[in-house]
Design a protein around this ligand. Sequence first.
Ligand code: ARG
Length: 423
Amino acid sequence: MKMSKDKVILAYSGGLDTSVCIKWLQENYDLDVVALVGDVGQEHDGLQAIKEKALRSGACACEVVDMKEEFVNEYLTKAIAANAMYENKYPLLSALSRPIISKYLVEAAHSYGAKYVAHGCTGKGNDQVRFEASVSVLDPSLQIIAPVREWDLKTRDEEIAWAQARGIDVPVTTESPYSIDDNLWGRAIECGILEDPWNEPPEDIFAITASALDAPDEPEYVEVTFKEGVPCALDGVDMPLIDIIYTLNEVAGKHGFGRIDMIENRLVGVKSRECYEVPAGLALILAHQALEDLCLEREVLHYKLGIEQSWAIAVYYGQWFSPLKNALDAFCASTQKDINGVVRLKFLKGTCVVVGSKSDSSLYDYALATYDKDDSFDHGAAKGFIQLQTLSAKVWAAKQLERNTSNLSADKVLSGVSEKECE
Ligand code: ARG
């Protein structure tokens, strides 16, 4: 009886790299390849077409998994709670999708009885780390293969020639010179002329945001309602978060809002030029922050800013499934119970501004804040408050002065001495 081969579950996108991975895994590891396509809301020419391509490229099976709802409800909600922004700029779109895809790779490995999983990432990026860190935490017994890191196909042309020799479909249209990753949360664009940080990003790299120059001249207002930190309605109409994201991507994108152009510090130690468009994501985080400003007690808000940075770094570094990230999530979750209310956003010519916020759990107290006749703030209490609040620094300043003055006199004495000597 013919022994069946071991299996590998490959994270498959339908692009050239992962198609070549299928054949390469067969030739080099003698494995049966199960392709796994994760639908996280990326642009594609049809999931059925991707599946057929996987099978044509030699996969023994192809699983297409719709991860969109789970991506939104388990991943993006946590990112919103944490106002997730790596280096204060990047809303982590790729970093958020890798752990969910990894989770399904591991599940598929279990259901197919596979010993291996594989991905098509290079050895230079963050995504390899995220896949491998996630998979190895979820099931340390699985072995991970990274063909692109191992193979000897140095240029795109060599890769195409290798593919053509084995009957793998090669894209007929000239491929984009950029490396693009996208999902519901947005699009990441790298490589090509962007690799020179001096080059302005050409307009044609953007697909879901209009240029501010072409955006409407009239502003558009959108009201986002939050319940326990989760967006739950637009303009008063309740809808699932996924629909809020779709709608806001349209609105914000039309007004040219959501573009990011940054130099980013990769986990592997390389600085890279990254362009992103994250219209709904940036607008929702902006709105969420505004509501937190209104509803979170000062000390919690200040402390949370540090937690948010740690959260973003952990997720960027591939630590989605980690005790640190769980603990940070628990902190964020504990702060979200009172984040209920409405934020009014104004989109205009590439901008999105919070122009209003209201909440039943607001900590804004008009009587304390106003300079008008209704003022209830105890102005007299401020005097003693300032005396004690500044006491420690005043003690320090006094000691400094004392030391400086004695140094000064020491200087004077010394210079007096030398003057005398010169006389
Ligand atoms: N630099 C971003 C990150 O590390 C985006 C990566 C995009 N990935 C890609 N294959 N183009 O999260």
